[in-house]
Design a protein around this ligand. Sequence first.
Ligand code: 1QQ
Length: 407
Amino acid sequence: MKRPAVRTSAVFLTVAFLLSACTQTNPVGTNPTTAPSAAPGSSSAIPIGIALAQTSNVALLGQEGIAGAKIAEKYFNDKGGIDGTPIKLIVQDTGGEEAGAINAFQTLISQNKVVGIVGPTLSQQAFSADPIAERTKVPVIGASNTAKGIPEIGDYVARVSAPVSIVAPLSLKAALKLNPNIKKVAVFYAQNDAFSKSETEIFQQTVKDQKLDLVTVQKFQTSDTDFQSQTTNAINLKPDLVIISGLAADGGNLVRQLRELGYKGTIVGGNGFNTSNIFNVCKVLCDGVLVAQAYSPEYSSEVNTAFRTAYLNQYKKEPPQFSAQAFTAVQVYAEALKALNQKTKISTMPLPQLRTELNKQLLAGTYQTPLGEIGFTPVGDVKQKEFYVAQLKVDADGNNGKFALVK
Ligand code: 1QQ
């Protein structure tokens, strides 16, 4: 277990939390700010916290998560919710930094009195915010946190987003299959981001395992917009393959500048490229970039068909991975709440007990999700079977495109 990141507010939070827990006997929906009135005759909705980025550069990734979570909310409520009681998502914007994620978690836990949280968007934020949930014994499901060490933050921290160690090597192997002549590899990563640092370690290890020549490792910041010196350094070494670990805005701009400076070789992008917003950043110059994915819209199952159809109807494009993962996180809460309610009526449980029982229940379950069948390892990492590699195909207009599966 990690030590609390923010001690002073942690003490305050614990006191506030204990006070609120003491005054509540039926916590689910007793707070007027969090208990939107449900249908007459039914008890109030069960609040689930969504702590994702709605603002900042990271919103390119976070908003896709919110879209998927909302589709899940409607889907599971249409199916009757938790034995007649609806779930209700409460969204708190984390922005792109650690402080925003900490604030969102604190608000969801102590004011909104959620039973559990989905989020935050970045692993960089999770390492600061998740310890707060751990300390207050509130379940957290990461839906886009892929760095090494996330589930290990504590007993209350799990994730449905498969780790970089499993996903990243797939795109490099696909690149080698498409182009067996690749020898020289240049690696780029954002040195101020926990996920990017974790992912590049896996990429660099895979380069070595494949007996390729790692000609240079170039670093940047997720806030950078000018990559002139790094791209020039790399291109001078004549790589056959460039691998980038960053987020959507910086990663996309890096691709653009590599191509503008004449780089013609293969490009592999990491998990930060897994958004259709990438097309807006590098436009036609994104074409051909390889990205490994933990989701495919083409996965055939009842729940994925329902999810994909709902997303297509609303957004007129295929659902991206982050939407599918956030849908899955909400699904885990909905199905675990239902399973728990069959054993003990959750409306009779004090909130602290409900959070603890829910955490145990969710870790024990198996779920048929848009990502395929998933479950959790004892530490709370996702157990998942299906993975994919896609290639960005940009439309003629240069502003949109799709992730075409590499078979
Ligand atoms: C992480 C990631 C990012 C790409 C999520 C948006 O995988 O921060 O863990």
